[in-house]
Design a protein around this ligand. Structure first.
Ligand code: HAM
Length: 419
């Protein structure tokens, strides 16, 4: 039998309800914060990611699903959303409508990472990009929004870690300093990846997940002392606004992020249930990206939460079920009558279901129970003659008689139609 591709996962009916619920709560909150949805293609030109995420990053150098299409174009499945959103902002002249745009996306992303719990090759993100402002209040709002979405989803026990990377010049100075520190004996004990990083992308040594490297790095490097005055002041303002919003955070000088476009504020959100190595979400500022992509010179910041990791953090506690009403029938005439009622109820926004397997009444009642239906409407030959049906409350087990011609009205009174 052909199975799902390694690192991909079916979202089964038992889970999809909770996915939809979280997506809905997120959309409601994103609207509250002034964000509008943008849907960009799942495939892009490979160069978009190579140039803008950085050729030396793990994502680009090891994890992209890239191919040459029939027209000899180099295409990749999107490994993240920021580069695509900025491409679209520039290509569609969104800045001409309004330079400041708050955009969000929910959808699948692809990275050929080594699959393990919470690390997939097709994963899903809820992401936001606020483009067109350098204001430190925006960084704070973006951080607060990430916390708001996690709270709204019911995720508990997450930690927000902030850092200031400084501007591009500051990052260059930090890279140079790290190169100097680690090119002598201290560098000898770093992992093979870090030895390569020291040459190509020294910042990434700071957030290497290898325990040995973490120890060496923490002994050697305490903080980026040379961040320029403007970037320092910006971050101080960000923290003031974050404090105003009562967001709890820690400063972590080892957060550098795995994508090269970040400048100034960066943050990661970790969750105890995912182990120390994986984040439930992350983001930050990327003030050069639009200009680098030949767009307007605008500041921007954003984040993405990993939906699959949100589900992991929530555990299997929440499974949303079925319909409000199950219509159980006895006999062919009753079934025909019930089929009409079913249609009428659905037209009135009441979710309901009927048996399609010719089950006995007892089996239909069991089915209704496992479906989680709140009420069962029982229609039999006798009921048709009397012009009445029996309505059973599955929780209280109470049963009442309702007139067949006022069933919809009665059920509308007791069940609110689903939105
Ligand atoms: P990222 O840190 O690469 O940032 O990914 C954001 C989140 O996506 C991670 O914290 C994690 O929850 C989830 N994620 C990433 N890779 C996987 C995977 N293989 N399996 C499961 N979940 C995963 C970005 O993608 C940036 N574009 C975020 C951003 C938006 N920064 C500014 N705006």
């Amino acid at each position: 039998m052909i199975k799902a591709v390694r690192g991909t996962k079916d979202i089964l009916p038992g889970e999809s309800g909770i996915w939809q619920e979280i997506e809905k709560i997120s959309r409601d909150n994103l609207k509250l914060f002034g964000y509008r949805e943008i849907r960009t293609p799942v495939i892009e030109e490979t160069a978009l990611f190579v140039k803008n995420i950085g050729g030396e990053t793990d994502i680009v150098s090891k994890e992209m699903f890239s191919f040459v299409d029939r027209g000899e174009r180099n295409i990749s499945l999107r490994p993240e959303g920021t580069a695509s959103v900025i491409r679209s902002y520039i290509e569609n002249n969104l800045d001409k409508i309004s330079q400041f745009q708050k955009l969000y996306y929910i959808g699948p992303f692809f990275r050929a990472e080594r699959p393990q719990a919470g690390r997939l090759r097709q994963f899903h993100q809820i992401g936001v990009e606020a483009i067109g402002s350098l204001h430190p209040a925006l960084d704070a709002e973006v951080i607060a929004l990430s916390a708001k979405l996690l709270d709204a989803a019911g995720v508990k026990g997450y930690r927000i870690k902030l850092n200031n990377l400084g501007c591009r010049e500051d990052k260059k100075r930090l890279s140079k300093m790290l190169k100097e520190i680690f090119s002598d004996k201290k560098g000898e004990h770093l992992c093979e990846d870090c030895k390569r990083r020291i040459k190509m992308n020294p910042l990434r040594v700071l957030d290497c997940k290898n325990d040995g490297c973490r120890e060496i790095v923490r002994k050697t490097f305490k903080e980026a002392v040379f961040i320029c005055g403007e970037c320092k002041a910006h971050f101080e303002e960000v923290l003031k606004f974050v404090d105003m919003l009562n967001i709890k955070y820690e400063i972590d000088p080892y957060i550098v992020r795995g994508l090269d476009y970040y400048t100034r504020t960066v943050f990661e959100i970790t969750h105890e249930g995912l182990g120390s190595k994986d984040a439930i979400g992350a983001g930050g500022r990327y003030d050069n990206l639009s200009l680098d992509m030949e767009g307007p010179d605008v500041g921007a910041c954003g984040f993405a939460l990993g939906m699959d990791r949100i589900m992991m953090a929530l555990g299997k506690s929440k499974e949303l079920k079925g319909v409000d009403i199950f219509i159980a029938t006895i006999g062919g005439a009753a079934y025909a009558k019930a089929f009409g009622i079913l249609n009428d109820l659905r037209n009135n926004g009441i979710s309901c279901e009927i048996d399609y397997e010719k089950k006995s009444l007892k089996a239909q009642m069991r089915g209704a129970d496992s479906m989680g239906s709140k009420f069962v409407l029982i229609v039999g030959e006798d009921e048709i003659i009397k012009g009445e049906a029996a309505l059973r409350d599955m929780k209280t087990k109470e049963q009442i008689s309702v007139k067949m011609d006022s069933v919809t009205q009665k059920l509308l009174e007791i069940c609110s139609p689903r939105g």
